[in-house]
Design a protein around this ligand. Sequence first.
Ligand SMILES: Nc1nc2c(ncn2[C@@H]2O[C@H](COP(=O)(O)OP(=O)(O)O)[C@@H](O)[C@H]2O)c(=O)[nH]1
Ligand SMILES: [Mg+2]
Length: 439
Amino acid sequence: MRRLSDTIVAPITGAGPAPVAVVRLSGASAWEIAAQVFTPWPDRPVSHRAYYGLIAQRDEGLALVFEGGRGFTGEPAVEFSVHGSLAAVRSVVDACLEAGARSAEPGEFTYRAFLNGKIDLIEAEGIRDAIEAKTELQLLQAKLLRSGGLSAQVREIVVALQKVLAAVEASVDFSEEIGDLDRDAAAIRLRDASAKLDSLLATARPGRILRQGLRIALVGRPNAGKSSLLNALVGIGRSIVTEVPGTTRDYIEETVELGGVPCVLIDTAGLREPNDPVEAEGVALTRRWVESADVVAYVYDASAGLNEDDAELLRQIDRELLMIANKTDLRPGFRAPDGHIAVSAKFALGLEAISRWCEAFSDSDLAATTPLVQGRHEPHLRRANEAVQSSLEALFASVPDDLVAVGLFAAIDELGRITGESADEDMVDRIFSDFCIGK
Ligand SMILES: Nc1nc2c(ncn2[C@@H]2O[C@H](COP(=O)(O)OP(=O)(O)O)[C@@H](O)[C@H]2O)c(=O)[nH]1
Ligand SMILES: [Mg+2]
């Protein structure tokens, strides 16, 4: 386990060379250590003030000083701005290590901010997401988490449950003095809490799409133009990452931003396309891609139309379906059936309609205005909701009121795991180990 009593040091800016780099020193002895590596160190440093001087006897730069409770970590800290060369950064870090600091582990600054009560776990996740954001919406979303919007909603539910719990416990302990529990009032509170949990849970899918991308499997008969469509979409989209297909893979994935939404396009490139698309192997493989996808983009040749093979493939698909009529350039005047999108992959026509569809499907408007729950939060919210439901049932069943309390304790505990109030050490460690060094 990390020792909180240590003073830790790490660069908090990216790998240089760059004009400037920042090295953060944080912990109880930060000022004492800074006094050894920075000259002239002020006699009475003032928090939030920057001092100019010589750092580690080699490079001149600024020392920005924070007193305990006022910086990012909540501890005394000093941030040195130096020239952004590898050598300059290393000499500052080394000087701090020699003076008694140790290297910070990944996420350790944020971990301390959490332990010192500056942020909760959700806000820490917002910081991580801001660092990792690849799209504008991801950045906006990270800000919503960081500014405590989701934390406040979770806490509000906890407070409501605590009020019911207090009433239940009072009626158990002092029923003679205060009379029976007001079951209707308790039920109203619990139903309201459950509805709030439901609406938080409803943001899980757009949240997952925003972070991990909307997974779209391209499916259709051989030669329908699936690979051409993938290339055309990559051509109009803003490229995020390109995954190189491994030798063991029988498909490729390309991540591209379409209509502001990160989309993972899944194609069957490299695979021997079966002659008969409904032959066992073809269907089994298609099913495997489809299973990992949110959406199946079913591509067909508009000049040939849909036939029995298409019907058979379509019967296998149990995902949200987007029908795409391709090769419309071969059929001037083609009018796509309702709900189908007409494109020409070859001439990159009609692709904007696919972007708009992705934008609408993934509720990306929501992501700009509402904090969305993350994969880590989801099981806790679900279990909290189940516990609230069981309390509601117990409320009107002929069972002791203690049983109502059991469900409420469980729900409050689950919600505390989201914000970190009742999180165990392993879980907290897992979250912070996702962070990079220097954060
Ligand atoms: N005219 C025309 N040909 C296309 C279009 N899209 C794909 N093709 C051609 O159709 C053939 C099969 O395309 P491909 O993308 O490999 O299909 P896949 O088997 O579904 O991946 C190739 O010769 C493409 O050039 C299109 O929009 N218009
Ligand atoms: Mg292909």
